[in-house]
Design a protein around this ligand. Structure first.
Ligand code: A2P
Length: 295
């Protein structure tokens, strides 16, 4: 992939700035979505054990490799093109088991991020992964890892959208050579949220719409392009082929400095965080490593 479409990680590897998000993508749909994304030029797919769709994601990659390989492009070369992000399993059976009172009964209040990180480093040593990073960590948690890491976290993946730009975390990550990935860059319009949850309305925001019209693109493309221009990786989720193609078509226009500044001005801070559901589960809010409560 062309280097201007990638960012260099502290691991030395290049990471594509645009990825396909697969959170809440049903297995029955995600295979075709992944194949469509690779067809459309995406070379980065984001999944997790907890999304329960890793197998189906793998099938999509396999289908694309199978149909793309030939005399000029060998399978090994195609495999090298694809950057896959996944996240470790918190546990290996029921994802959110509850006791008889409906309370989560698998919360590990003694979780040791340092011990976990050392295991992650071993995975690099064993050649099981090329780069390692974290997700939903706050600066205190990152600092603790950075203090002991033999291989520092290359990436931090968190919710980021125009109204919740995580500017302090961006500064911290920049200072520590950690690349950020924005999940929910479109404001997650399809997610079912409790009544009082903050629901960003970015796809029909007046300023975003004005810039989209000016550049003859969609509002989704502006929302994605903004992060890419900030050197932040963006992983819009879609299982719709047409939307996957449009979201991936962000290389033919450039937001001006003035436009970037105007979009920066939309930031309202943590009150616009929309991924709070975990915190509303009993026992999670009080967890010593709950990153949201610590920020
Ligand atoms: P769908 O999968 O049907 O396309 P986010 O990445 O911010 O979490 O947003 C994902 C949500 O946005 C999904 O519900 C997805 O639905 C929808 N979506 C993805 N791309 C677009 C687009 N270009 N226009 C409108 N909605 C979109």
């Amino acid at each position: 992939m062309e280097s201007q479409k990638c960012v260099k990680l502290s691991s030395g590897h290049m990471m594509p700035l645009l990825g396909l998000g697969c959170f809440q993508s049903p297995p029955a749909e995600v295979t075709a979505a992944v194949e469509a994304a690779l067809d459309a030029g995406y070379r980065h797919i984001d999944t997790a054990y907890n999304y329960l769709n890793e197998d189906a994601v793998g099938k999509g990659i396999h289908a694309w490799i199978n149909k793309s390989k030939g005399a000029s492009k060998k399978e090994a070369a195609l495999r090298k093109e694809v950057f896959i992000v996944t996240k470790g399993a918190a546990h290996d059976k029921d994802l959110f088991p509850k006791n008889k009172d409906g309370m989560p009964n698998n919360l590990d209040y003694g979780v040791d991020h340092i011990a976990l990180w050392k295991e992650m480093e071993k995975m690099v040593d064993l050649g099981l992964t090329k780069s390692i990073g974290v997700s939903n960590f706050n600066p205190q948690q990152l600092r603790r890892l950075l203090a002991i890491a033999r291989i520092p976290p290359a990436v931090q993946q968190v919710e980021m959208h125009l109204e919740f730009q995580q500017l302090e975390l961006q500064k911290f990550c920049q200072e520590n050579n950690i690349i950020m990935t924005a999940y929910g860059p479109l404001g997650s319009p399809g997610r079912q949220l409790p009544g009082d949850a903050y629901k960003p309305q970015l796809l029909n925001n007046a300023l975003v719409k004005m810039l989209a019209d000016h550049h003859k693109v969609t509002t989704a493309q502006v929302l994605i392009r903004y992060w890419i221009q900030r050197n932040v990786v963006a992983i819009p989720k879609s299982t719709n082929k047409g939307r996957i193609q449009v979201n991936g078509d962000v290389w033919g226009f450039k937001l001006t400095d003035q436009e970037m500044e105007a979009l920066l001005g939309m930031n309202k801070g943590p009150s616009c965080r929309s991924f709070r559901q975990m915190s509303s589960l009993p026992g999670v809010k009080e967890h010593p490593e709950n990153p949201v409560e610590l920020i």
